[in-house]
Design a binder for this molecule. Structure first.
Ligand code: PHE
Length: 353
């Protein structure tokens, strides 16, 4: 019996193959159940014991070297494919930009710009503060002392520094109220858009989200001013003149009395339309600044009073732009951004004001 396959020829053949299909075809031709090698193996039984030993070994070696060559060629093909892809996807950063394929503004950014525009027209200015806050600014000054249940209400990320001093990732934008009141004298009329953090993650919660907080402190602002400011804001933001809304009594340690504001909505084919209907959606928390908070920030509570409010920017954006899934805001999906994003030119357009 002589081998019908020549090792050199077949290895050369394998090395020339450039596609996975072709390689698989060749593998089956030689090593498959009905392939040449198994066929030769079957013929061994017709040989004498000595011949069988020699030919058997030869066949096994050949089988191994074909297997190895196929394996090597497979990774060679894979590497070539990857390199080709890298070449194709290479971006020449020195090229001038393709203006038809510009990046777009994230809906959260767009909402923040809209919110700033609207409150700007109501005479509010914008303040900001750090994401990492002291326990005092985030809780204590806001009338949330240690062991107060409100601390558990807001699943806090704690950070301990070298001195053992407790810091937190701010759970709301309210600590910027504290900073402003400590640094500035009334009258104060600010909004604070920014990132906030809570250790919570499911369909309706993400560990990082955005809030906008408002604070007014002067000698005469009342609950009526609070209500008219918020109603004016929501009507303008949602572009709905006859917005149906209600205020419900609520509780926050830093405001007294406190309320939550709901807007009416209807749901049709899973799409929420807000402004009218018999269902209610909570949209913000608010209240008159608790005199204890004013005192904690060294403001005379017998002379000054004011109101504060806070709301989630993701929720406002989902409702305004019809975005169904909260988590999609943070998935860095370019296609999503192309669909829900905004042109840079939309930011200061008239309809936003
Ligand atoms: N800080 C509150 C929260 O995060 C919202 C709020 C702000 C409520 C100001 C009332 C007044 O839930």
């Amino acid at each position: 019996m002589t081998l019908t396959v020549d090792q050199d020829i077949i290895l050369k053949k394998i090395n020339k193959i450039s596609s996975h299909q072709e390689l698989e075809k060749l593998r089956l031709e030689y090593l498959g159940k009905k392939g040449l090698i198994p066929q030769e193996m079957k013929l061994l039984s017709t040989l004498s014991i000595d011949e069988k030993k020699i030919k058997g070994q030869e066949l096994n070696l050949l089988k191994q070297s074909i297997e190895n060559a196929v394996k090597n060629q497979k990774s060679h093909i894979e590497n070539t494919e990857i390199n080709k892809r890298i070449q194709n996807e290479k971006i020449d950063v020195t090229l001038s930009p393709n203006l038809s394929n510009q990046g777009s503004i994230h809906p959260i950014t767009q909402s923040i710009f809209n919110i700033i525009n609207i409150f700007g027209n109501l005479n509010f200015s914008v303040e900001s503060g750090p994401d990492i806050e002291t326990d005092f600014n985030n809780f204590t000054a806001l009338n949330i002392p240690a062991h107060h249940p409100a601390r558990e209400m807001q699943d806090t990320f704690y950070i301990e520094n070298k001195e053992g001093e407790k810091h937190v990732l701010r759970t709301h934008t309210s600590p910027v109220q504290v900073r402003t009141m400590i640094e500035k004298k009334p009258p104060i009329r600010i909004i604070v858009p920014g990132r906030t953090y809570r250790s919570d993650s499911d369909i309706t919660h993400t560990p990082m989200f955005h809030q906008v907080e408002g604070l007014v402190v002067d000698e005469k602002s009342t609950m009526v001013d609070l209500k008219s400011t918020l109603v004016e804001f929501l009507k303008t933001y949602f572009e709905i003149e006859n917005l149906k809304y209600r205020f419900r009594p609520s509780y926050f340690p830093f405001t007294e009395p406190s309320a939550e504001m709901d807007v009416a909505y209807t749901k049709k084919d899973n799409v929420i339309k807000i402004g009218e209907g018999d269902e209610w959606l909570e949209i913000l928390g608010c209240g008159m600044v608790n005199p204890k908070v004013l005192e904690n920030c060294k403001i005379d509570s017998t002379k000054y009073q004011g109101f504060a409010f806070g709301m989630g920017i993701e929720r406002l954006s989902m409702l305004k732009y019809g975005i169904p899934d909260l988590r999609s805001f943070f998935e860095l999906n370019y296609k999503w951004l192309e669909h829900y994003g905004f042109s840079v030119f939309d930011i200061n357009s008239k309809s936003d004001i």
